[in-house]
Design a protein around this ligand. Structure first.
Ligand code: GLC
Length: 745
């Protein structure tokens, strides 16, 4: 339908019909209007696999049609591979279309403020650049198949505790620089068909009716013209939501809220144009989906499974590999321990849960290539510790290479609640301690949705592979890594701290009395641990390979920033060489971080601004050139209400992780001084620095009273820090009217 046809269709709708379109027809379908032949397309989860309930009900949340369960976002993010993530998106889109679903409700891109968040498995990272780049590719992939994505949960849904009521208290710089940029990047570069508003409030206003968020930022500033859909049950005041920019309520409280909309228009509380705008966006979505819904097509189940396997292998992060314990060279003396090898944990609980087309276990995958590898469960998933299981495992492991499959049981982390600690279950820690004492080698393979504490047991493992929740092919994917068929190339998208109390956000997590203060500001993840100079177990960006890479030849070229320089204009070019110094082909992920050591505003020690994924054969090198833009160097200036760049030193660091940056260089950026317009409450010091006439007047006035601003720091501090208009009350160096005139008031 063209915009004109949509407008014409709207003109034929009754007020009641318009209102009914603004909420779902049932849990998973938009409202139909039979009279005018308007269909009600289906929308459904989820971010890493289609969860289409067979009967369309909310009740059947786990009775869904079989679909490929890919690695969850925590895993996909660890690939740092935009192309692979795009391929996964395309596969998700194919399956969504084949099942006649118009919108897939994902990806989730909320920042990982605390490792305790129960839905971290569904989210990408603690860093907005990594999350933004990868989620952009996932959405592009999904939508390349003619169906839509739903970017969620907009915004600041960083915990599950009290998620339907809690208000996230976040200062504006932190919002702009940490919690919004990934959404901004995806909205601008991938144009998701829908954006899903979150349950929580932001600074006291529910996101489902937060006009600043849904209209001012999302539409007016970022130029979004798609549909804003509520999270399921997130609407509080439907009419207020429409005014704020929330187009579609799901699953729809149809009769009551529809009537409220009709009444609001009838009594003049709601401008019908606002309603028409929402209806136009809904009809646009219906039109967008019509082509795909008319030709759903099909998909290759096996090909998607193989893609899931490739993605699972690429998600695996080799954290430690002492003595080249990995790759395993053959079946001799290898024993497999841990129930997760036989019963893999490959996805999270809640709305994202997929009914997989098949599941590969690590044990079967290993036995498929190496015959009857010995196995002992070691622990029960029920959580009841059974000493015999550990004893059997211990005797099996004696003198062998023991591969332990450990991790978090499904009950440990889920949508709907947060963890209270980051520990592995006690029975698993006990098993590891016992096995590591008598095994020849101990290799730990982890399955968990968000980071687990490792400090107390890291030294018991010769090698550690973090697999996150790797999807239905996690078992075969990790065996491809363990046996060396695939050279690991995963890198951490979230820091693994030494201890939970090292993480600044933990001072305010999960809040209380329906409020959570993001007191740590921008200092989440590596940003926080860098600024408080804490050691970490494994840093953001870390990931080993079975080969090694060297970095050299850093070259920096910087160009002046002027008032005319566009946000997306390149101002700093970073060139370096990466070499494969090992004996096998491998992929590296060189990362570029920026720091601003002489900034006049608080800046993080370093921030990821770009990365590349580079595959190199042994002995080969490649020169990489990365252009950074004005926006990459910017901070959000509260007074200017815009992105600002300061002149001065820019430190560039290039390397393997946020704590392993072999290449460092600095440039001096030439840019206009950031000028804040003078106001009545600008300080005397600010006024004197910017206005010579004002400075002369102050000096005259103070000298006349015997004060020498240069030699009397105490008095000077008192006067210079004073808001200008207050100083006039103390020292009439000019009249308030003269000050108003200087201000142009
Ligand atoms: C859930 C989730 C959201 C999901 C929706 C539909 O509560 O917060 O991510 O897409 O409802 O299941």
């Amino acid at each position: 339908m063209t915009p004109a046809e949509i407008t014409d269709l709207i003109s034929q709708l009754t007020l009641e019909e318009k209102a009914s379109l603004c909420s779902g027809g049932d849990s998973w379908h938009l409202q139909t209007v039979e009279r005018l032949g308007i269909p009600g397309p289906m929308v459904t989860d989820g971010p890493h696999g289609l969860r289409k309930v067979a009967d369309g009900s909310m009740a059947g949340i786990y009775d869904s049609v079989p679909a490929t369960c890919f690695p969850t976002a925590a895993g996909l993010a660890s690939t740092w591979d935009p192309e692979l993530v795009h391929d996964v998106g395309a596969a998700l889109g194919e399956e969504t279309r084949a099942e006649a679903v118009s919108v897939l409700l994902g990806p989730g891109i909320n920042m990982k403020r605390s490792p305790l968040c129960g839905r971290n498995f569904e989210y990408f990272s603690e860093d907005p650049v990594l999350a933004g780049i990868l989620a952009t590719e996932l959405v592009r992939g999904i939508q390349s198949q003619g169906v839509g994505a739903s970017l969620k949960h907009f915004a600041a849904n960083n915990q599950e505790t009290d998620r339907l009521r809690v208000s996230a208290g976040i200062d504006e710089r932190t919002l702009r620089e940490i919690y919004l940029p990934a959404f901004e990047m995806v909205v601008k570069h991938a144009k998701p068909w829908t954006v899903m508003c979150s349950y929580n409030a932001l600074n006291g206003v529910y996101c489902s009716q937060n006009r600043w968020l849904l209209t001012q930022v999302l539409r007016n500033e970022w130029g979004y013209d798609g549909l804003v859909i509520s999270d399921w049950g997130a609407v509080v005041d439907r009419v207020e939501g429409l005014r704020a920019g929330l187009d579609l309520e799901m699953p729809g409280d149809a009769p009551r809220n529809d009537a409220r909309i009709v009444e609001a228009v009838r009594n003049g509380d709601l401008d019908e144009e606002v309603l028409d705008t929402a209806v136009a966006r809904i009809l646009t979505l219906v039109a967008q989906a019509s082509a795909a819904m008319a030709d759903p097509g099909s998909y290759d189940i096996e090909a998607h499974h193989q893609l899931a396997r490739r993605a699972a292998a690429a998600s695996a992060v080799l954290l430690k590999n002492d003595g080249d314990a990995l790759p395993l060279t053959g079946p001799d003396d290898v024993v497999v321990i841990g129930e997760f090898a036989r019963t893999p944990r490959f996805q999270g609980a809640g709305s994202s849960k997929v009914n997989p087309t098949r599941v590969d276990t690590a044990l079967d995958s290993l036995r498929h290539i190496w015959g009857d590898v010995p196995f002992a469960p070691g622990f029960a998933l029920t959580g009841e510790s059974d000493p015999r299981l550990a004893e059997d495992a211990e005797s099996l492991a004696r003198g062998k290479t023991a591969v332990l499959f450990l991790g978090l049981p499904a009950v440990a982390e889920s949508e709907g609640y947060d963890r209270t600690n980051t520990d592995l279950p006690a029975d698993q820690l006990d098993l590891l301690a016992r096995v590591s004492k008598i095994a020849f080698r101990t290799i730990v393979v982890l399955s968990n949705g968000s980071s687990v504490g490792m400090a107390e047991w890291d030294d018991q493992a010769d090698a550690i592979v973090e697999c996150w929740l790797g999807g239905q092919a996690s078992g075969s994917g990790v065996v491809d890594v363990l046996t060396g068929k695939v050279n690991p190339s995963g890198h951490l998208a979230e820091t693994i701290a030494v201890t939970l109390s090292d993480i600044p956000a933990q001072l305010n997590f999960p809040g209380e009395f329906q409020h959570v203060t993001y007191g740590e500001g921008r200092y989440i993840g590596y940003r926080g641990l860098d600024v408080i100079e804490r050691e970490v177990a494994y840093p953001f960006g870390h990931g080993l390979s079975y080969t090694t890479f060297d970095y050299s030849d850093l070259d920096l070229a910087v160009r002046p920033v002027t008032d005319e320089t566009a946000q997306d204009e390149s101002v700093l070019t970073v060139t370096f060489t990466i070499s494969n110094t090992g004996d096998r082909t491998g992929s590296a992920v060189p990362q570029v971080y920026l720091g601003f050591p002489d900034a006049t505003v608080n800046r993080c020690v370093r921030e990821l601004k770009a990365f590349r994924r580079v595959e190199l054969d042994p002995g080969k090198s490649r020169s990489i050139t990365i252009d950074l833009t004005r926006r990459d160097l910017s901070y959000w200036d509260i007074l200017l209400q815009s992105w600002a760049v300061e002149p001065g030193t820019v430190r560039v660091e290039v390397g393997r992780s946020s704590r392993d940056l072999p290449l460092t260089g600095v440039v001096i950026l030439d840019a206009p001084t950031v000028h804040h317009p003078l106001r009545r409450d600008s300080t005397v010091a600010e006024w004197m620095a910017a206005d010579e006439e004002f400075a002369a007047k102050v000096r005259r006035a103070t000298e006349q009273t015997g004060i020498d601003l240069d030699s009397d720091p105490t008095t000077a501090a008192f006067i210079l820090a004073m808001p200008a208009y207050k100083m006039l009350q103390m020292a009439p160096i000019m009249t308030p009217e003269e000050l108003d005139e200087m201000l142009g008031d």
